[in-house]
Write a protein that binds this ligand. Structure first.
Ligand code: GLN
Length: 544
């Protein structure tokens, strides 16, 4: 769609005090509110890491690796943007310091700078600006939201701030800044403190930027005295301080922001004329979230979800969201329990406890740790007819379990765990084997959207309601077609195949309420208002 505004508008979202306060959801929510006004919106994430993409980062530390249709391995915030904006984003919408530097160095090597001395400033920020404008142009966006990772005051993101400052200088009435900051309430004081945010605003000032708005994140609402303080010390008018207390569901946030007229105020700053807004679908969603008729208990079984004393479910955020979307659409509230599969290795009898769950998920993963425990859980789901959904690794391991137990191929394995296995149910293509051998790990998995033809009469085809679909992938190993007929005949049917490569994409168990393994990651395409058909079918079976 062509843009509706004469000039494209840019909103930079930066963080204050600490990371993880909700810049991503703030960016996504703002985007949703502009979109609900009929404007074209896109969102970008600028990650300060030197990594070229998120694919090489540990998900336990950094969160989920979100994959785009065009096969980029990006930050989990991209998932929030896609879910809130209900749109598919591309590699153009994601950048890291590493990626920016790589472009500049490639340009230098090919004489694009025509003999000039190439400098950190201005060449790095100019490349950042180029990327932001490119993403805007490609999506014809009226409003482009750019989230700068990390928080102000870090060395790491200073060049992204410099790029933002340059864009403001170039078009002062088309660029706005939002500082999302945290206001702690120290227990021993019992009062919400603005000082850290004052410092964050100062830091931002020293980068040549004054925030137009402060989103005051905290446990509770922003009260009058604190609002006055923020206004005086941060140079932001009182009604530009937006209260953002903790909420039960992130999907409440667009409504909360709208109540405070946040977008209208932003539109005033950016010279966008006021537009009618339609939030009926957001209200409907929130009604469903607040009024579940039943609970559905789901065990997520995997190798480990912990870091120190904490469970970091962020590494599976899209799975969690996809489960929620499907459950809410069916009038249910999901209760997810994270189960460390190593427990079943140490105490095999414990696997019986899975009987108390309505359904079991095995999400994506890598490596050998806890895998035999996962296989025990899959066997239990298969034999006890508990709805099972295996995502990527969860599909591969379901095939191994079936081959071992039903086909009697005791040595069945994946070459990821045992490279010399005699029965490589899951194997590796010569092309991928070369990547591994040469240590070429970055961006070389089977990534992004591939099509999948669905078998007539299968449960998955019925769920999708069509004969061919496109889904996103991120894996290096694949199902070995030499075992295909045996599995299929014995009841683990091959019901989804990629027409170009003949790779197995979906398996489904006959005579089971729902036992499905997918080589792709359906969770990336689930939207709050449009749950993914397979998650919906899975939760429906769980409720039954
Ligand atoms: N480790 C498996 C592979 O690389 C599965 C990957 C995943 O679950 N995303 O093929």
């Amino acid at each position: 769609m062509p843009s509706k505004l004469k000039k494209p508008k840019f909103i930079f979202i930066v963080g204050g005090v600490l990371s993880g306060v909700g810049k991503g959801v703030t960016s996504a929510s703002l985007g949703a509110l502009f979109k609900a006004r009929g404007l074209e919106v896109t969102a970008l994430k600028a990650d300060p890491y030197v990594n070229v993409d998120a694919g090489t980062m540990n998900p336990i530390e950094h969160g989920e690796v979100f994959v785009t249709d065009d096969g980029d391995e990006t930050d989990q915030d991209m998932g929030n943007y896609e879910r809130f904006l209900e749109t598919d984003l591309l590699s153009d919408n994601y950048m890291t310091t590493g990626r920016v530097y790589m472009s500049v160095i490639e340009n230098e090597r090919s004489m694009k700078y025509k003999g000039k001395c190439v400098q950190v400033v201005p060449h790095i920020p100019l490349e950042i600006v180029r990327r932001i404008k490119n993403a805007q142009k490609k999506s014809h966006a009226d409003v482009t939201i750019v989230e700068i990772g990390g928080s102000v005051g870090e060395y790491e993101n200073i060049l992204f701030l410099e790029a933002a400052r340059m864009m403001k200088l170039e078009a002062p009435d088309s660029v706005a800044f939002v500082l999302v900051s945290y206001l702690p309430i120290p227990k021993h004081i019992g009062e919400m403190k603005t000082k850290p945010t004052q410092h964050a605003a100062r830091q931002l000032n020293s980068a040549g930027i004054n925030p137009d708005f402060i989103v005051a994140r905290g446990e509770f609402e922003l009260d009058k005295p604190r609002r006055e303080k923020l206004a005086v010390f941060c140079g932001v008018s009182q009604d530009h301080c937006i209260s953002a207390p903790d909420v039960d569901s992130i999907y409440e946030i667009p409504l909360k922001m709208e109540e405070q007229g946040f977008t209208n105020k932003l539109m005033k700053v950016l010279g966008i004329e006021q537009k009618r807004i339609d939030l009926s679908n957001w209200k409907k969603l929130n009604h469903a979230i607040a009024n579940p008729k039943k609970d559905v208990r789901i065990a997520v079984v995997g190798k480990y979800f912990g870091t120190g004393d904490y469970t970091l479910s962020d590494s599976y955020i899209s799975v969690i969201e996809a489960v929620k979307h499907a459950a809410w659409s069916l009038g249910a509230q999901p209760q997810l329990e994270w189960i460390d599969s190593e427990v079943y290795e140490k105490k095999p009898a414990k696997v019986k406890d899975l009987a108390q769950f309505d359904a079991i998920i095995v999400p994506g993963g890598f490596g050998a740790r806890g895998i035999e425990g996962v296989i025990k859980a899959i066997k239990f789901a298969r034999e006890h007819k508990i709805p099972y959904f295996g995502l990527c690794y969860g599909m591969q391991l379901a095939c191994i379990e079936f081959a071992r137990d039903i086909l009697g191929i005791k040595a069945a394995n994946t070459v990821e765990i045992n490279p010399d296995t005699k029965e490589p149910i899951i194997h590796i293509s010569p092309y991928q084997a070369k990547n591994v051998l040469q240590g070429k790990y970055g961006g070389t998995m089977r990534l992004g959207a591939f099509s999948c033809d669905l078998k007539k009469g299968s449960k998955v085809r019925k769920a999708y309601g069509k004969s061919s679909v496109s889904e996103r992938h991120r894996h290096r190993y694949e199902f070995n077609n030499a075992y295909r007929d045996r599995l299929d005949k014995a009841g683990l049917e091959i019901v989804g195949v990629n027409p170009e490569s003949n790779l197995v994409e979906i398996v489904e168990l006959r005579d089971h309420p729902f036992f499905v393994g997918v080589q792709f990651h359906p969770e990336f395409k689930s939207r709050p208002m449009q749950p993914h058909p397979l998650f919906e079918a899975f939760i429906r079976a769980a409720i039954k």
